[in-house]
Ligand binder design. Structure first.
Ligand SMILES: NC(=O)c1ccc[n+]([C@@H]2O[C@H](COP(=O)([O-])OP(=O)(O)OC[C@H]3O[C@@H](n4cnc5c(N)ncnc54)[C@H](OP(=O)(O)O)[C@@H]3O)[C@@H](O)[C@H]2O)c1
Length: 583
């Protein structure tokens, strides 16, 4: 008689689905760090729909997604699903897997019980009008990441997926290797091949950030397989061999450069020119790594804020910077002159559709893609694997965890095709940069149907916090005179007036920027009109203070001229706000 539940590592007879299964569950009441959030439980095996299959999971891949799901930030995945009508009060994560098909829905013709598969994490409703019209499902409103945005991921004995997610498992890989590469591999494939016109072509140089990371290690191999030329960036010399063995033509240690971060202001000639020096020497390092003076046609981006100015600069005329994450921050600064004059493209990219996932998997099947599995864990250590990721102590490459496979190294049924890239990470390798922000936090919709947005505002008005009266100067005043007025009055900016109208602001920043690259005498001799910030950022005296603060942040300025009936009557400055916070 069929058992109620099978032990971990004890496979039910092929095709027999017990009523219950072991799983690692996340529940809202224990949201927190992975060691606390994940708990073992026994739950019902889920039913499948007509287009779905039930897969007995042999091994599961580890991704950042479920570190965030366990923390409950930035979203509570359970609450969102409950709101959408799904009753389960728990989350079974896991967006990568290898396993065996145990049951198929009645409409499934592509798979049968016993098929050994790997699973891609793109799910969508088959009757979504966008999909039935033949469009890319990656833009469909029903698109979800399996095992993060959906329940019943791979951290359980059985997972429920749509048949189209299942792809043949490479016979030369063991279960844990096969569970490691699909999410990152398919994401990298879409980034590199999915944007026609700008997709890479044979012999194109391609620059890859984080060459030893999960995405980067896949990108190097996908670029190489397409006959293009990968150049990888890493932090530290020790990962260079790893990237070269995967197929990189050259490698650059980013620690030799220090021009990272947001772009200096274009008015800051010294800062900008220093940045230019840094980025040019980085460009020269690319040529050296490549062995010829050609700029990358495609830049494979994910660090974001700290590298995007460099990526935009070194990208070839007519090339593309393609980005799937903002690991170091979300504010991308771009010198638009390079964007339009050199007609570059910045392209966002997220996971992959079926065609792209299958094409990536073909590379794995025919031995052109090493899964770059750096560490595998037992079932019991699933929370630990996530904790290491949370603490940024995990190795580069891709990690997986055994679920149904009773031991490491099982599941290989054929020898590897010749030419599989071979690479070993340096011993003791761990991450040494802060862990990334979430992969796929649902973004607010225009119609605002997602989570309620709560704004705390104490109701204060600009009038209550402003500094009354304005100290002004005129366009024709010398910079020296204006600077003296500022010092004498111990203020950080002057309002530039013409008649009764405020026509601009002269701030300390404007003066400091004017001094950059000039002698003191030359700077003193300039007129206010030559240096001031044209136009005046104003706020009405009765406007809410919170709105004024947002406006300053948006414009990256420290003060607003306060007006009543259009006439300047005072100044609201960041300094005043900080001072009054303590009152
Ligand atoms: N949108 C999607 O579909 C999708 C899919 C998969 C992953 N992602 C996201 O993509 C990001 C990367 O994923 P992953 O799996 O490749 O992560 P990973 O294995 O942690 O690799 C990221 C690499 O980035 C490099 N890096 C870190 N800080 C950097 C900095 N300041 N400047 C330049 N490089 C830096 C690191 O290499 P070095 O320190 O050696 O330079 C690291 O190896 C994550 O945020 C992930 O959530 C998005």
């Amino acid at each position: 008689m069929a058992k109620e539940v099978y032990e971990i590592g004890e496979a039910p007879p092929l095709g027999e689905v017990p009523p219950k299964m072991h799983a690692w569950l996340i529940r809202s009441e224990r949201f927190g760090q992975p060691m606390q959030a994940f708990q073992k439980e026994v739950v019902d095996v889920p039913d499948i729909k007509d287009d779905e299959v039930l897969v007995y999971v042999m091994a599961a891949g580890i991704n950042y997604n479920n570190v965030w799901a366990g923390l409950g930030i930035p979203i509570n995945v359970i609450k969102i699903r409950n709101k959408a009508g799904e009753p389960e009060d728990f989350h079974i994560g896991g967006s990568d897997a290898s396993g065996i098909v145990y049951k198929v829905g009645k409409d499934v013709t592509t798979h049968k019980v016993g098929d050994e598969v790997v699973i891609h994490c793109g799910m969508w409703d088959r009757d979504d009008p966008w999909v039935t019209a033949g469009n890319d499902p990656m833009y469909a409103p029903s698109f979800r990441i399996w095992g993060y945005e959906t329940n019943y991921g791979s951290f359980a004995q059985f997972t429920k997926v749509q048949a189209h997610q299942c792809m043949p498992k490479p016979k030369h890989m063991n279960w844990e290797e096969a569970a490691a590469y699909v999410l990152v591999g398919a994401t990298a494939y879409r980034m590199l091949h999915g944007w026609p016109e700008h997709a890479m072509k044979p012999n194109d140089p391609v620059l890859i950030w984080g060459g030893a990371g999960g995405l980067g290690s896949m990108a190097i191999q996908i670029v190489r397989a397409a006959g293009a030329v990968p150049v990888a960036i890493v932090a530290g010399e020790d990962k260079i061999d790893y990237c070269m063995n995967l197929g990189a033509k050259g490698c650059i240690d980013r620690r030799k450069f220090d021009h990272w971060g947001m772009l200096p202001h274009w008015k800051d000639t010294v800062g900008y020119n220093n940045w230019l020096k840094g980025v040019r020497s980085f460009g020269a390092a690319i040529w050296e790594a490549l062995g010829e003076k050609r700029s990358p046609k495609v830049i494979f981006e994910h660090p974001g804020e700290s590298t995007i100015p460099t990526s935009m600069f070194v990208c070839d005329t007519g090339g593309m910077v393609v980005i799937c994450a903002g690991t170091t921050g979300y504010n991308a600064t771009v010198d638009l002159r390079y964007l339009w004059m050199r007609q570059k493209r910045v392209q966002g990219s997220h996971f992959a559709n079926d065609d792209q996932s299958y094409a990536m998997n073909e590379l794995a099947l025919n031995g052109q893609l090493n899964p770059c599995m750096s560490r595998a864990f037992t079932y019991d250590d699933l929370p630990l694997s996530h904790q290491l990721m949370h603490d940024n102590k995990h190795p580069h490459g891709n990690m997986s965890v055994l679920i149904g496979a009773p031991d490491f190294g099982l599941g290989k049924t054929a020898s590897a095709p010749s030419g599989v890239p071979k690479a070993k990470l340096p011993k003791g390798d761990t991450h040494d940069t802060p862990h990334p922000y979430p992969l796929s936090a649902p973004l607010p919709e225009v119609d605002g149907e997602m989570e309620e947005i709560e704004i705390v505002d104490d109701g204060a008005k600009v009038r209550e916090r402003m500094h009354p009266g304005i100290i002004s100067c005129s366009r024709d005043d010398s910079l020296g005179k204006a600077a003296k007025t500022m010092i004498d009055n111990d203020i950080h900016a002057l309002v530039v007036v013409e008649g009764e109208k405020a026509v601009g602001v002269l701030s300390q920043t404007d003066i400091v920027l004017a001094r950059q690259g000039r002698t003191v005498e030359d700077a003193r001799g300039l007129t206010v009109g030559e240096v001031m910030t044209q136009g005046c950022a104003t706020v009405d005296v009765d406007a809410p203070l919170s709105g004024a603060v947002s406006d300053m942040m948006k414009r990256r300025i420290h003060r607003l001229v306060v007006c009543e009936n259009g006439k300047p009557i005072g100044v609201l400055s960041m300094t005043d706000l900080v001072r009054r916070l303590m009152e």
